[in-house]
Write a protein that binds this ligand. Structure first.
Ligand SMILES: [Zn+2]
Length: 127
């Protein structure tokens, strides 16, 4: 089957209001980080292992298993949520801003991965 290089990088998820999600989809998937069924399961599992801790508690060793950029995005998301729950200080704002910058960079990398995968599939076929 002939594979076309996709220029449609938008998530296929349709929201409750009928609008399509405008986030970029993950490499090799139809959905973005927030709507990928696989990532949703991974995030839930990571939370079950370590994300349910209370403030001041140490994280549990091995709570996160990092095998892909998606895993890292999940950790960053948890860090932002943890920071957001803290008292509103300049330090908190800086930390959240810094983490958001890293996440945006991660989305850029995901887009490049998407395009590279599509090119490889076009050249070498599905692997
Ligand atoms: Zn989405």
């Amino acid at each position: 089957m002939k594979k076309e290089i996709t220029t449609d990088i938008t998530c296929s998820f349709i929201k409750a209001n009928g609008e399509r999600c405008q986030a970029r989809k993950l490499a090799g998937e139809e959905f973005c980080y927030f709507h990928s069924p696989q990532v949703v399961v991974e995030r839930a599992e990571a939370r079950r292992r370590g994300g349910l801790r209370r403030h001041g508690d140490k994280g549990e060793t091995g709570s996160y298993i990092i095998k892909s950029s998606q895993n890292v995005l999940g950790i960053l998301e948890d860090c932002i949520n943890d920071a957001y729950a803290l008292e509103n200080t300049g330090g908190r704002a800086k930390a959240i801003g810094y983490l958001c910058q890293i996440i945006l960079k991660g989305f850029e990398v995901t887009e490049i991965e998407n395009r590279l995968l599509a090119l490889e599939e076009k050249v070498y076929g599905k692997h």
